[in-house]
Design a protein around this ligand. Structure first.
Ligand SMILES: Nc1ncnc2c1ncn2[C@@H]1O[C@H](COP(=O)(O)OP(=O)(O)O)[C@@H](O)[C@H]1O
Ligand SMILES: Cc1ncc(COP(=O)(O)O)c(N)n1
Length: 271
């Protein structure tokens, strides 16, 4: 029986904690076959990102094309996109292959702008292009630093409203960077509101938590969940991931990726 397949369009983190490495760990934890279109190679460890090498835009588009034509992912996620020409190439490929709104394949768009160390992962002149891409997304999943940059507020409800005006079906505003005893994320399509709530775990080792949440949503969407189902499962998974995070290196350690308690199960009727 062939597995469910998902695609991540993201940057490589040489430190192994975030980016496509976190996405692939998460897909594997859900029993999903992970594929990648690499946008950039970051020179990164637990302390900082010291350099970025961007992949030529047409090669990013080509990675998406060959994966779509051969492996047929059931859902797609984007992470670090680096530059405006890369975003344009990705948007073109998504439209061509029916990915995102207007197509049949759900798209989870994590608008990664900087690493948790504060190093930029998106060129400042690419912000407008990134926002234009939101209209393709099933869901956009910014953290509070990103909502500040994208729509000028850290208030989760106000941010979600402003994000939805840019055209995604859902906004999921993550509250990991908030203070307080709970870590609360808001999921809304403008008419319904779902608060994903968990106890805040006292750790600095949250590198890759946002990627892990988005990849878990993508894995479950690839398996056929609705977005609300996928987000609820993903929130439970990322809470376990933060709870199993560990120290490695001198800076922020990564979240763990234990086998998912609610993996994607393919049900196939024998012919
Ligand atoms: N210390 C923590 N304890 C529990 N959950 C956390 C913690 N930090 C982040 N999370 C959760 O991890 C996910 C990623 O959130 P966040 O850190 O805001 O995103 P990002 O990694 O993109 O900056 C969210 O579901 C958030 O609520
Ligand atoms: C290649 C890449 N993609 C994404 C992140 C964001 O993750 P975090 O916010 O945990 O630093 C990162 N640091 N590197």
């Amino acid at each position: 029986m062939s597995p469910v397949v998902a695609l991540t369009v993201a940057g490589s983190d040489s430190g192994g904690g975030a980016g496509l490495q976190a996405d692939l760990h998460t897909f594997a934890a859900f029993g999903v076959h992970g594929t990648t279109a690499v946008t950039a190679v970051t020179v990164q460890n637990t302390v900082a990102v010291s350099a970025v090498h961007e992949i030529p835009p047409h090669l990013v588009g080509e990675q998406i094309r060959v994966v779509m034509e051969d492996l047929r992912p059931g859902a797609v996620k984007t992470g670090m996109l680096a530059s405006a020409p890369i975003i344009q190439a990705i948007s073109d490929a998504f439209r061509r292959h029916g990915i995102g709104r207007g197509g049949t394949i759900p798209l989870v768009l994590d608008p990664v702008c900087a690493s948790m160390h504060g190093n930029p992962l998106l060129r400042p002149d690419a912000l407008a292009e990134l926002k234009a891409m939101f209209a393709l997304a099933t869901v956009v999943t910014p953290n509070l630093d990103e909502t500040q940059l994208l729509v000028g507020t850290r208030d989760q409800r106000a941010a979600a409203r402003a994000l939805l005006e840019l055209g995604p079906q859902y906004a999921l505003v993550k509250g990991g960077h908030d203070s307080g005893p709970r870590s609360r994320d808001l999921l809304t399509d403008g008419s319904t509101e779902l608060w994903l709530d968990a106890a805040r775990i006292d750790t600095g080792n949250t590198h890759g938590s946002g990627d892990t949440l988005g990849a878990a949503i993508t894995a479950r969407l690839a398996g056929g969940d609705t977005l609300a189902e996928a987000a609820a499962v993903a929130k439970r998974y990322v809470t376990t991931a933060v709870a199993t995070s560990y120290s490695v290196g001198a800076g922020h350690g990564p979240v763990g990726h234990p086998p998912a308690a609610e993996p994607v199960v393919r049900v196939e009727v024998p012919s």
